[in-house]
Design a protein around this ligand. Structure first.
Ligand code: ATP
Ligand code: MG
Length: 420
């Protein structure tokens, strides 16, 4: 019979890998907590229109990569390709904009984009994202940037580069847009099909195109920083000062424009060169116009999305994957029928006390049980046979050091001897 395989570009996260994921998730949650960000969980699918209006239908994410389907009632739904639009919808729908400000939210969720699968790029992927609402000041940009930076530092990453830029506000955008249009129009016939199509509608997108010809021309295109209005310029200068004052290193990189339409003003990326072509582990910026564009009030916002699989790759490349414990705290190996029942009950009593205890549930030989305990990474093994039960004492083997000690067959004595 044909075996069914997982869909192209998806990932099985197996038990052997889950320790690393949980290690990262714990670091994420702790970093969010000390920064005062609360978790929010959104639906996996939303009205397609949310992403068309919120993210923009000239973006690759919405225009080309979204998983869209028509529901039985005829409505168009899409698997979430990113988190910011869904959070914005939730902030409006639940009236969170009327609560305490600033509103600081984070998510750790899976997203879906129909991209060409390759290293660092899958069709279902995970992001840690933050959204800070209610402050238009550079301090808010700095806090969000520093949050990402502190997570990288917490995980021990050294080879991460912060790149910042400003793409201006609705006031400075028209002059920049005109300059871009004039510049790219000279090469219009050479641009890729998508860029030719979206040049008039949104010339900024050409700057973010990955095709070699478009990105080649993008290198010498007009720079946003040369077109900033006074306010945007001040904002950007203050942000740089805040980062300088806090000892956060960065590069001003005019090539950072971000692939989604909602960005205004500050944009940034954290890149890791060692992880190859998909080097951006985190991308974000300010999106002051997003909430109002989907029917909410005017509310400034700034945030980022961080790719977990790329973060994992970066940790592996810098040899920062910690030794994580697998296997139980104690494996109780029964010898014989009556010992079976004893071990079964003792294991349960230990589990009730918070000790990860296992025993034989396959009726295997002692040799096979020892092999299992060793392979699965048990810390201790306790062998109990009829004699041990009669005497009330058994041998406890420390599987790391090989040391053997006698222990009374009571849960209290076992807990004491196996305590770390
Ligand atoms: P890229 O330019 O690499 O396509 P993007 O601009 O599309 O990234 P965002 O939408 O800003 O990315 O998402 C933020 C982060 O999420 C990225 O920096 C990356 O780390 C991660 N990410 C985005 N798309 C994928 C994907 N298909 N597979 C794995 N991680 C992804
Ligand atoms: Mg992309």
């Amino acid at each position: 019979m044909n075996r069914i395989q997982k869909p192209k570009g998806t990932l099985d996260i197996l038990p052997e890998d889950i320790g690393l994921w949980q290690y990262i998730e714990n670091a994420v949650r702790e970093t969010a907590r000390v920064n005062g960000f609360s978790e929010i969980r959104m639906p996996t699918f939303e009205a397609t229109e949310l992403f068309c209006r919120g993210v923009g239908d000239t973006t690759d994410v919405v225009g080309k990569e979204m998983y869209t389907f028509i529901d039985k009632d005829g409505s168009s739904l899409s698997l979430r390709p990113e988190g910011t639009a869904g959070v914005a919808r939730s902030v409006i729908e639940n009236g969170l904009y009327a609560g305490a400000m600033p509103l600081k939210l984070y998510y750790l969720s899976n997203f879906f984009r129909r991209e060409k699968p390759q290293a660092g790029r899958s069709r279902e992927f995970w992001q840690f994202g933050t959204e800070l609402y209610g402050s238009s000041l550079p301090e808010a940009d700095a806090q969000v940037i520093m949050l990402a930076d502190s997570l990288f530092k917490k995980l021990g990453l050294k080879k991460v580069t912060l790149r910042i830029n400003s793409i201006g506000c609705p006031e400075c955008r028209p002059s920049f847009r005109r300059a871009l249009l004039d510049y790219f129009s000279q090469y219009e016939s050479e641009l890729c099909d998508t860029c030719r199509e979206r040049l008039q509608k949104n010339p900024l997108r050409v700057l973010d195109c990955k095709s070699p010809i478009c990105s080649g021309y993008a290198k010498n295109a007009p720079k946003t920083l040369e077109h900033l209005c006074g306010n945007c310029n001040d904002h950007f200068e203050k942000l740089k000062k805040l980062l300088d004052d806090c000892g956060i290193e960065y590069i001003v990189d005019p090539a950072i424009v971000r692939g989604l339409d909602y960005y205004t003003g500050t944009v940034f990326e954290f890149t890791v060169d060692s992880i190859g072509a998909q080097s951006t582990v985190c991308g974000g910026g300010r999106y002051d116009g997003l909430l109002s564009s989907i029917g909410g009030p005017e509310l400034p916002a700034v945030g980022f999305g961080m790719g977990i699989t790329r973060l994992i790759q970066a940790l592996k490349d810098e040899n920062l994957v910690p030794e994580l414990k697998s296997g139980c705290d104690i494996y109780i190996a029964p010898l014989g029928e009556s010992a079976n029942g004893f071990a079964f009950k003792l294991a349960k009593q230990l589990r009730d006390e918070g000790i990860a205890a296992e025993t034989d549930i396959c009726k295997r030989s002692l040799k096979a049980q020892m092999k299992y305990a060793d392979k699965s990474g048990a810390d201790y093994v306790l062998v109990v046979g009829d004699n041990e039960i009669a005497e009330g004492v058994a041998e406890l083997r420390d599987m790391r050091s090989g040391e053997r000690v006698k222990v009374a067959l009571s849960k209290e004595a076992i807990i004491e001897k196996t305590a770390k």
